[in-house]
Design a protein. Structure first.
Length: 525
């Protein structure tokens, strides 16, 4: 049983404005105003070319946004300040239905706001919002008729900005606008200008096409719980640029052609142990670009369109497919790690592989081929190749492990890694000559004989040539690199040693060791 106990006044207070000031910065605030213009243009059926001009005066610390989206009619001016009001129903393919974005943005950016708008060729109306009005508990706002601006246009002027803007902020804003509205800027009937510069689209289609692992182009419909249908188009694959842990890999979401999330690497999209793994350099080639189009009320964005709402029903419908896609290409990125230049980046052109998805919630992992075989570590492969030889000739272990050490040194970022490699190669070669003479030649050498023999390198080489035939071209290379080593040890100036020289010397050493001990080698490229 219940009975009335009176009524509660649910009228919101103006603290709803001041409480969100900290939630906005220059980028998000300006984007809300651009969204507002695009939505109004959409409401007018995009019947003409849209132009949005953004002007920032750093000296005066003012900001002005001008658009020709159509202007607001007098009866619609209430949406400028009334929380939750909007001219859009959410059933159209727009980029905002919440009715709070532009209102929050102007208050968050400036202490004084002037909005002039003219619907078609009608009168120009002016609305002013400042901190005095925000502090007043009354909601009534004066509306004025003022001098006419261009037909079908709106001018929003912001002064007394709440935070200082500098040249770096403007640079970041430019890049943010180019990325956020790239799909609109690619169209011939939409322009955004920043301080008299026409912005060009910044997109992220930068794919590699390794055989068998070309980008997948997905398409299908997403049915929402309201029986609304969204269209999903996506491209997933490996990019042709090295990244860092915080780099531009991950998931990109465009909702109704507006970029909402850039390089998302959260556990919600698969970057977690058991799937793609936590964000790491080894998976930094993975990129998934998703385009969702349909009723705006079904989009999985937050109210400021600055992030994806992972709890949204639409996101949940595609989450399984998305995490599988991210995981699949992350595993390919891992498997090719260490060989990206050779196995990924060299394939800079090719074709997409089209995949239609009938049901995103029940999708199976059938859209990627089997992973390439794991790359065996050099030292493991080398040991396996010579396992039987090592049992017969245990003295060979030190010889081939020296080459493993060269392999490790070459992978480091040491400035002098080539000098270290040269010393390792030549020293291991000299020790190999000694091991060969002692264990393989069939002759007996006393310690005194070895000491006298190894006092001169050419005597060692002459002795070795008595028992094994090695080409003169190889001996010439060995002598040349022995001379380089001597320069390092005995001369005042240090010889420069290139990567190509180390590779050539190493190849010559491999040939000699194969002749001496029957050692077999594996690729170290």
């Amino acid at each position: 049983m219940k009975k009335s106990a009176g009524q509660i006044d649910a009228t919101p207070t103006k603290r709803v404005f001041s409480s969100i000031i900290a939630d906005y910065n220059l980028n998000t605030g300006v984007c809300e105003l651009v969204d507002n213009a695009i939505d109004l243009w959409t409401r007018n059926e995009r019947s003409h070319a849209l132009r949005i001009d953004i002007h920032i005066e750093l000296d005066q610390q003012t900001l002005r946004v001008i658009d020709n989206a159509g202007g607001l009619e007098k009866d619609d001016l209430g949406i400028i300040v009334t929380p939750g009001s909007s001219t859009l129903s959410g059933k159209t393919e727009s980029i905002g239905i919440f009715g709070v974005g532009a209102k929050r943005a102007v208050v968050a950016l400036a202490q004084k706001v002037e909005i002039r708008t003219r619907h078609k060729n009608g009168k120009t109306h002016l609305v002013e919002i400042d901190d005095h009005w925000i502090g007043d508990p009354e909601w009534d706002l004066e509306m004025y008729v003022t001098d006419n601006i261009n037909p079908s246009s709106t001018i929003i002027e912001l002064s007394k900005l709440r935070f200082r803007i500098d040249e770096q902020d403007v640079k970041f804003l430019k890049e943010h606008l180019r990325a956020t509205y790239a799909m609109f800027l690619k169209q011939s009937n939409c322009e955004i200008w920043l301080d008299s510069e026409k912005l060009t689209p910044l997109t992220f289609e930068n794919w590699s096409y390794p055989p068998g692992y070309s980008p997948r182009r997905f398409s299908g419909d997403v049915l929402t719980e309201d029986d609304e249908t969204l269209t999903l188009r996506a491209v997933a694959g490996l990019i042709k640029e090295k990244g860092s842990i915080a780099g531009e890999y991950g998931v990109y979401f465009y909702c109704n052609n507006r970029l909402v999330s850039r390089a998302l690497k959260s556990y919600d999209v698969g970057f977690v142990a058991g799937l793609a793994g936590a964000p790491h350099n080894v998976v930094s080639l993975v990129r998934v670009i998703i385009h969702l189009n349909g009723p705006s009320r079904c989009m999985p964005w937050n109210s400021s369109k600055s992030a994806i709402n992972a709890n949204h029903r639409t996101f949940k419908v595609i989450q399984k497919w998305l995490t599988q896609t991210v995981t699949g290409f992350a595993n390919v990125s891992k498997r090719f790690h260490g060989e990206w230049e050779k196995k990924v980046f060299r394939y800079s052109s090719g074709n997409y592989i089209d995949v239609e998805i009938a049901n995103f919630e029940k999708v199976k992992k059938a859209f990627l081929p089997p992973l390439p075989p794991k790359r065996v570590k050099y030292e493991v492969a080398l040991h396996k190749k010579n396992e039987r030889l090592l049992k017969k000739k245990p003295w060979v272990r030190g010889v081939y492990e020296a080459d493993v050490a060269v392999e490790l040194v070459q992978k480091q970022k040491f400035e002098q890694k080539n000098r270290l490699s040269l010393i390792l190669l030549d020293s291991s070669l000299e020790i190999a000559f000694k091991d060969f003479l002692v264990n393989e030649s069939g002759q007996y050498f006393t310690d005194t004989q070895l000491l006298q023999l190894f006092g001169s390198r050419h005597k060692v080489e002459t002795e070795v040539q008595k028992y094994v035939k090695i080409g003169s071209d190889v001996w010439k290379k060995l002598k040349f690199y022995y001379g380089l080593r001597c320069k390092l040890v005995h001369e005042r100036s240090t010889a420069e040693i290139t990567n190509g020289q180390i590779e050539e010397f190493r190849s010559a050493v491999h040939k000699v060791l194969s002749k001496l001990f029957k050692l077999k080698w594996v690729s170290h490229a």
